[in-house]
Design a binder for this molecule. Structure first.
Ligand SMILES: [Fe+2]
Ligand SMILES: [Fe+2]
Length: 144
């Protein structure tokens, strides 16, 4: 069973964004799978959690930076708002990683993944990313 399916994330008008979103879904599912295994006492799985969580943070940084570069290139009016949301989530991921390093609390990390990160990704792609992709695509068309 996967936590998040590709169909739950809307396709936007720019391929590089869809690619980043597909990668985010696959990382989230990988972490969910590890946490389920860790929850049954699988120590090897538990030991891999930190690395996958770090990967999620690293990929989010590059994913968000690619969107921000595009927004700047086309002078997207809601740049600050969209970037602010990225920064908030990156700071949250750092905190979640630190908490895991301190207490390795499987249930709490599962709760964050299920209730916060998944919902945020679906909502963010449906709103800010979709609007941004539409704006960039229109800009590209107008200068082509
Ligand atoms: Fe995105
Ligand atoms: Fe975004």
């Amino acid at each position: 069973m996967t936590l998040l399916t590709a169909e739950q994330i809307p396709t936007v008008g720019l391929d590089f964004m869809n690619h980043d979103h597909a990668e985010a879904v696959s990382q989230i599912n990988r972490l969910d799978q590890l946490l389920r295994q860790a929850g049954t006492g699988d120590i090897a799985a538990e030991k891999q959690v930190e690395a996958v969580l770090t990967e999620i943070h690293e990929h989010s940084k590059s994913h968000f930076a690619r969107e921000e570069a595009e927004m700047l290139r086309v002078d997207f009016p809601a740049y600050e708002c969209h970037k602010g949301e990225h920064e908030r989530v990156l700071a949250e991921l750092v905190q979640v990683l630190q908490r895991w390093q301190q207490n390795s609390d499987i249930e709490s990390l599962q709760g964050y993944l299920n209730s916060t990160l998944c919902r945020w990704l679906i909502n963010h792609v449906s709103t800010m990313d979709s609007v941004t992709a539409m704006f960039v695509a229109r800009y590209n068309h107008s200068v082509a």
